[in-house]
Design a protein around this ligand. Structure first.
Ligand code: SF4
Length: 209
């Protein structure tokens, strides 16, 4: 089976407790206004065999404190997501999955009920909402502890105050950020301007749902 991946990285320190493997899936049907990951919307690109991804993950899994799967929209590739989570579950580490679908839409799915996912963050990003909670882009989003492990690992973490924290990765051609920026990309682009750096980014400022 193939899977469409935007990016895979280890360690990520801003999307859950500890040093985590971050997996961003490619493709999203939801198109929230203000999305900061607009580069992950397009479908039918970045296709890799799931077995190749597993080989990459196998190197990191013994060292990681958990896994965060985001996107894109992970549930837009439900079969590949299922196989990926089935593989990851043999490693007994905690797994956080983001989805822009409502919990009402997701709650009957086998993947939400079978214990593969420890913590699910659901609901679309809403740029008109306040942003006061850790791991959430907007306060309408919901955290669901789907297993006792998820509650044990995340409950205290989520009670801590929201902080400005981002992982920054610099390659020869790009700078990319992991984490949930406060106030979208506005503060970051302004900070760049204040230092004579013009930052382009993929936040969806014009497209609507
Ligand atoms: S924030 Fe919304 S539009 Fe952006 S990737 Fe997530 S679900 Fe898709």
């Amino acid at each position: 089976m193939d899977i469409h991946i935007s990016r895979v990285h280890f360690p990520v320190t801003t999307l859950g407790p500890g040093k985590r493997i971050g997996i961003w899936l490619q493709g999203c049907t939801i198109h929230c206004k203000g999305c900061i990951s607009m580069d992950t919307w397009q479908f039918n690109i970045n296709k890799v065999p799931l077995n190749d991804l597993k080989q990459v993950l196998e190197v990191w899994l013994p060292q990681c404190d958990g896994i965060t799967i985001s996107g894109g929209e992970p549930f837009d590739q439900e079969n590949a997501l299922f196989e990926l989570l089935e593989f990851l579950n043999s490693y007994k580490t905690n797994i956080l999955v983001y989805s822009g679908f409502s919990f009402e839409t997701l709650k009957e799915k086998e993947l939400v009920q079978n214990g593969f996912i420890d913590v699910l963050i659901s609901e679309p990003y809403n740029h008109t909402e306040t942003q006061t909670k850790r791991l959430l882009g907007s306060d309408n989003q919901q955290v669901h502890f789907l297993t006792p492990l998820g509650k044990r690992e995340f409950a205290t973490y989520l009670e801590q105050p929201l902080e400005k924290e981002l992982d920054i990765h610099i390659t020869e051609e790009t700078v990319w950020l992991a984490g949930i920026p406060i106030n979208g990309m506005k503060e970051i682009t302004q900070a760049g301007k204040d230092n004579n750096v013009d930052l382009s980014h993929s936040q969806a400022v014009t497209k609507t749902k």
